[in-house]
Design a binder for this molecule. Sequence first.
Ligand code: ADP
Ligand code: MG
Length: 571
Amino acid sequence: MIRLLDETTVGAIAAGEVVERPLSVAKELVENALDAGATRIGVAVTRGGLDALEVTDDGVGIACDDLRLAFARHATSKLARVADLERIATLGFRGEGLAAIAAVARVRLESRTRDSDIGYAVHAHGLDVSQPEPIAAPPGTRVRVEALFANVPVRRDYLRSPTAEFARISSFLAMLGLGYPSVAFNLTHDGRTAFTFPAAGTLDQRLAHVFGTDAARSLVALEPSDGAARVRGFVSPPGVDRGDRRLQLLFVNGRLLRSTLLAGAWSAAYATFALRGRHPFGLLFVDVPPDHVDPNVHPTKSDVRLRFADAVHDVVRRSIARALARDATSRLRDALSFAPPLQATAAAPSQDAGSSNPHAALFGAETSRELAVAATSPDANEVPPGELRILAQLDDTFVLATDGSALVLVDQHAAHERVAFEAIAARARSGTAVQEPLLVPYGIELDADEAERFERSRSALAAAGLEAEPFGERAYRILTTPAGYGARAFDLRAYVADLAEDAGGLDARERVWASLACHSVVRAGERLEHAEMTALLARLVRCKNPMHCPHGRPTIVRIEADAIARMFKRT
Ligand code: ADP
Ligand code: MG
């Protein structure tokens, strides 16, 4: 038998979409407070919100005549007609927050508008809303929610412990607070203060609270950028990362949400920095014109649809990438303790074709002119300020150097990989790669898998100067190599194996170039001449992302003399 459901049941079903757990109640109420222009918001939680949850604000308040209407479904002051859906500037707009909460809990709402001398209170439960009664109250609104899900026992069964439910509220509110630094927030649990964010207008305390003090200090600020979107924020530098994406915080037009699209832009910006399985964190504010975003695609408004999504993706990726490149350069300078003259060096890729020495080809001739890597004799005691003296090669793998106050260790393979990757990518992108024909083309046979991977990377390889042609079934003949690599047998098999690995967020072409770089540079275990080490560092310094190889491993480690002194128990 088919029946029309009664209104109470309809309300409870609709509420299920909006109110899932105490966190949802906190979210709806705090969003209302922000929409009401509050400058102070207090959230008091009792037993994880299972017993009670109360939100107090100093916003515009609700007039007596509107109090009962606020609880009606689809009653809102934020939208008037369908066209308004095109330009939503408030957090709420569906008019179902209060109705949904009242459908599954007992609610008391007190409010006083700024131009009224007294406030009014109503009680709401299910579809019943009491007549407003006058009360003494400060301007603003206080909503108290009790007995959540008392009438929907299944929902209660899904809830975790009060501690776990409170933890969700607490982390949500702290994250939301990052988006509203001029609003004071206060959160208590069972009468004890969990945190207080004053309306200081500074983000520092809030960043430290959410990310931890050290991580917050390491964050790199983005330069505000315009375009399809206005992007501001803070991102973690490469090497400071997490195992998940939970702390990739994103505000789109003031709304805290998850966006697969923008998470992708974030990863893409880190492509040549990030180790597999590690994720950057930080805080992004993306602002787009209200009619370019549709927040009405998700019941709890936790995802949005963007118009011009590709363009927005691009602006976000580029502004993060730019900040990281700037930061990497300054950290390299710190690591090497270089004086400012280095800053003048251009990053233009050079053409090093035609040399028979593979190292010379990659390291190039332009060295000490731009770089103050000291060519002083190794036994000179003084290192001139702003210079780096190469001391030795360790284990045919690491370059040891000093600037006089620290020991600087460079992983020769990682460093060379970075140098080669940037040179290869720059030339391939600008179509200026130089090929070197092989006198004796060499052939290679691949298994079906390898052949497929290789086939897919062939055009990117050709752009980089490596041309190969099919030669029988699943066999290829290598005709040219990128200039400068000729003397170095390109290990095609290792290269193809490497291609199979998922290299973070590198795009397909970059992955090919990263692999090419990896298999065409000096390896660990190769002896380098002093001049080669000097040249390597000179080239590294001019990279856009000098601190990490394309796979995200560090290139340089610095050990301060202080730290060494501690090892000797001198301090
Ligand atoms: P929505 O937020 O989508 O409009 P709600 O059910 O959450 O729907 O709220 C209904 C209406 O009640 C709001 O449009 C607003 O006018 C009013 N309201 C709710 N909470 C507050 C508050 N804290 N301060 C002022 N007005 C409020
Ligand atoms: Mg609302």
